[in-house]
Ligand binder design. Structure first.
Ligand code: UD2
Ligand code: MN
Length: 564
């Protein structure tokens, strides 16, 4: 396409390859705005007389791209595209515009065909005739134009028109001139608030959020809307397939994948346990319960989204919002599902192609700490304990006010995080303590005991309450509510009420020789020079000393270790 005049035909699918590079074009910046690209749609009301009110039909194919005119085009049918030798340098030069193969993206038709990767029975599955309509919301910042267009085209080309209320583009204060959309933000908001800005103007009964570098596959929409229609508290996610950042090929992903998290709240994928598949006699087209969504692609009933209090608007820029909304949905009465009959390709990029207004790591940490404080209950100690201790130290980070979020959780009468772990993600490893029981000292050959504010050694006896200690994820060495710490310039061992914010109460428990093997030393984290907890040679008490891997009086064993 060379001029604006041709752009209006986009929806009639007359054109392709919008962004074929054109050396003759004097002003590459003179690109049409989104408004010009997408003519107003003829609105077909879902419950107008032309659509039956009850009954079901086979998922519509609705894919006008399956027999494209330009069969030989680069990347057509989702195949890998090759960069010619003389274009390699240009390709490399443009990589950072999007942190993927921007050069190739511009060669590939914006309405290319991709393989129908759905499990076989999907094209036969039935959905209701009177599904709700959806608003599709793309928010983006400095998105590569050709990719954004391909995303929009894939929605237009593969969605039943009567279900697609509108496509909303929220430009999150892009610095590129060409990206003016219907709903630009006044300043950089971050994806969380940008999505909320889109939701605020949406008129569809369902909100469907998508990243701005995706390709929706054949029949992607109806199976999502079907789940929401069946139960408005179901939040439906498509299977996220891979569009290669290198050759732009469309890659099918394995079956039975679900979103999970590891500590400290790190998103990941894992295969549904075999026994769950067997027990439920699951077919590869059945919805998959999903403990945590990836974040970018999902359909949710619009009113329900607001009942849930949307996202925590205090989350900044990027990251953690998928945890927040996932915990909120599950703990407050909803469900998250991955729908194998709905598939959307996504370009996974090695780096964010946009700037973070503040440091990226700090931004994500702060977001996650907000989520942990509101949703994790006592399990937040695992979050902090797995690498975010520093967030607890005073004045390190201001995570902002959480009153509204905590009130919301009360108002919605949400369940506990313990409930979530037991019912939604029972495979999650989440013991609150790392080690427990008697604390045996190898040198003294006795066990630590605490009574009446004094630490001493006694003959090991599991039935003695005063010999039972925990080593927790906060790295507390703790007997009931009392923690062992160190204090003062002379580094004396003290006993104090446990307090997560106090680094002088934390002890690393590990071997100095093989950090992953035998757990031995108790090393204070407080001092610059690491010191170890040591039993007095006469066995009457404990003191601090310079760590020495050969000293048996510095070696400690708990009766039971949950993790090492
Ligand atoms: C994943 C999600 C993404 C989001 C993120 C965590 C998928 C496929 N993607 O990372 O949706 O949940 O995890 O937060 O599940 N954007 C803005 N303003 C910003 C930053 C980003 O509008 O300040 C847009 C961006 O242009 C894109 C979308 O938000 O369209 C998601 O950002 P991403 O693609 O960089 O995130 P991704 O896929 O690495
Ligand atoms: Mn993305």
């Amino acid at each position: 396409l060379k001029g604006k005049d041709n752009m209006v035909n986009l929806v009639e699918k007359q054109n392709n390859a919008v962004n074929k590079s054109d050396p003759d074009r004097p002003d590459q910046k003179a690109q049409p705005t989104m408004k010009e690209l997408i003519p107003p749609r003829v609105e077909i009301k879902a419950n107008s007389s032309s659509v039956r009110k009850s009954g079901m039909h086979k998922v519509m194919h609705m894919d006008v791209t399956q027999s494209p005119r330009d069969k030989g085009a680069v990347g057509q049918f989702g195949l890998a595209a090759v960069v010619p030798k003389d274009k390699q340098e240009e390709m490399r030069g443009r990589w950072n515009e999007g942190h993927f193969n921007v050069y190739l993206s511009e060669q590939i038709p914006v309405d290319r065909a991709i393989p129908d990767t759905r499990p076989q029975m999907c094209s036969e599955s039935l959905v209701h005739d009177n599904l709700p309509t959806t608003s599709v919301i793309f928010c983006f910042v400095d998105e590569v134009w050709s990719t954004l267009l391909r995303s929009v085209h894939s929605v237009l080309n593969r969605s039943p028109p009567h279900l697609l209320k509108e496509i909303i583009l929220v430009d999150d204060f892009s610095t590129k001139v060409s990206q003016s959309s219907d709903h630009p933000t006044e300043e950089r908001q971050g994806l969380i608030r940008a999505r909320l800005a889109g939701a605020a103007v949406a008129a569809g009964e369902v909100l469907t959020f998508l990243d701005s570098h995706i390709e929706c596959n054949v029949g992607w929409l109806e199976p999502l809307l079907e789940r929401v229609y069946m139960d408005r508290r179901k939040v439906a996610c498509p299977v996220i397939e891979v569009i290669s950042d290198k050759d732009m090929s469309y890659v099918l992903v394995d079956n039975f994948q679900r979103g999970i998290f590891k500590w400290p709240l790190v998103f990941g994928w894992n295969t549904l346990p075999e026994e769950v598949i067997k027990k439920n006699k699951m077919k590869d087209s059945d919805p998959i319960r999903c403990p945590v969504m990836a974040g970018g692609l999902f359909s949710i009933d619009r009113k329900y989204f607001y009942e849930l209090g949307t996202y925590d608007p205090g989350l900044e820029v990027w990251g953690g919002e998928n945890m927040e909304i996932s915990f909120k949905i599950w703990m407050c009465g909803g469900e998250i599902e991955i729908i194998p009959c709905s598939r959307v390709g996504h370009i996974f990029r090695g780096e964010n192609p946009y700037k973070f207004p503040k440091d990226k790591q700090k931004t994500v940490e702060r977001n996650l700490a907000r989520v942990a404080e509101v949703w994790l209950d006592e399990y937040k100690e695992l979050f902090y304990g797995h690498g975010y201790h520093h967030l607890l130290d005073k004045n390190v980070i201001d995570i902002g006010n959480l009153t509204d979020q905590i009130k919301l959780r009360e108002k919605l009468k949400c369940k506990s995080f313990k409930w979530y772990l037991e019912n939604v993600y029972p495979e999650m490893d989440a013991p609150l303590v790392r080690a427990q029981g008697l604390v045996f000292n190898v040198g003294a050959r006795k066990c630590l005991a605490l009574e009446k504010g004094v630490l001493f050694f006694a003959t090991c006896d599991l039935t003695m309450q005063n010999q039972l200690f925990n080593h927790t994820w906060m790295r507390h060495l703790q007997h009931q509510q009392t923690c062992i710490g160190i204090r003062g310039p002379r580094e004396r061992v003290t006993l104090e009420p446990c307090d997560n914010a106090e680094p002088h109460l934390r002890w690393l428990h590990k071997s100095l020789i093989l950090s992953s093997a035998l757990v031995e030393h108790l090393i204070t984290e407080q001092l610059s020079q690491r010191n170890c907890l040591e039993a007095d040679t006469l066995g009457e008490g404990v003191h601090l000393n310079v760590c020495n891997p050969g000293n048996p009086f510095q070696k400690w064993h708990f009766t039971h270790y949950y993790t090492k």
